[in-house]
Design a protein around this ligand. Structure first.
Ligand code: SIN
Length: 290
């Protein structure tokens, strides 16, 4: 293995790491650098991993913690249920992956009681134009808020409602949720600002698509407030848009970033991505010891 080298993706977050081959065993020493860089920078890009197998991706992801099986079980990779397929490709008249969604900013599985720690996303096929994944740092977004909003969000709790959101946005595209899927995703309350469990840094913890309202506020006022703060978080100059090449792996920290898929010609081009999702813990407003 060559030397571990890092390069910034933006002035405030994200690193490209080179000198790593995920088909080979990663030493504890290299892994601890990766883990620290991941927690501190929020997004890691590792290129040239086209040769790795689904099992290599699973094994690498598991170094960060146990993996999560997605609620939409119809899009899990046969033989590797830890891999969630994101794709617009159809085979035998059926989509092979989750399609037509994720175009709005979110943090993966934020609607669960214990949202995901992070996601590892591998590109197998991508269109020549469009289909990038865009990221923003919610730690940088928190720092950029006027003091008035920081103080307000420090105290707020957000209600996430996956079923409400899915029924409005996705049911007509991906089909209705089953009763089991609905039962697995009741509304959940999380603090609107969370302290990163590894660095202690505060970040906004919000997702455009699933936050229905803030506790103690009606839905209309909540949505206005959410839009106000999201406008600051999503400023184009705060965004990193990753232009995919087959073999790229990008992993993001769901505790401190949000992401979205950019549009592409879904009728005429193919995009195939494999995602592993690392289990996380309950978001905490404050950490003891930080
Ligand atoms: C995701 O939200 O996990 C996928 C984003 C993308 O398709 O670029």
């Amino acid at each position: 293995m060559s030397a571990y080298v890092k390069r910034s993706l933006t002035p405030s977050f994200g690193l490209e790491i080179s000198g790593i081959d995920l088909s080979e065993a990663i030493t504890d020493d290299v892994f601890s650098k990766l883990r620290q860089d991941f927690a501190e920078s929020g997004v890691l890009l590792i290129r040239n991993q086209g040769h790795i197998s689904p099992l290599d991706q699973v094994e690498f992801s598991k170094r960060f913690g146990p993996l999560e099986e997605h609620v939409l079980t119809q899009f899990l990779l046969p033989g590797h249920p830890e891999i969630f397929v994101v794709s617009n490709i159809t085979e035998n008249g059926r989509y092979i992956g989750a399609h037509g969604g994720a175009k709005e900013y979110h943090s993966d599985l934020a609607y669960l009681k214990e949202p995901s720690l992070g996601s590892v996303f591998r590109c197998l096929e991508c269109p020549e134009e469009g289909g990038e994944t865009a990221f923003v740092s919610m730690a940088a977004a928190y720092d950029a808020l006027p003091k008035r909003l920081q103080l307000m969000f420090d105290e707020l709790d957000a209600v996430y409602d996956y079923v409400w959101s899915y029924d409005r946005r996705m049911a007509s595209i991906r089909g209705p949720l089953s009763e089991i899927q609905r039962a697995k995703t009741p509304p959940i309350v999380h603090p609107a600002v969370r302290a990163h469990p590894e660095t202690g840094r505060k970040a906004l913890f919000l997702s455009d698509i699933w936050v229905r309202y803030f506790v103690g506020m009606n839905e209309a006022d909540s949505q206005d407030l959410l839009a106000e703060v999201m406008e600051i978080a999503k400023k184009p100059e705060a965004e990193y848009q990753h232009v995919w090449q087959p073999g790229d792996i990008v992993m993001w920290d769901n505790r401190s970033t949000m992401h979205r898929a950019c549009p592409f010609d879904e009728e005429n081009t193919r995009r195939l991505m494999h995602r592993t999702t690392i289990k996380g813990d309950k978001p905490l407003r404050l950490l003891t010891g930080h």
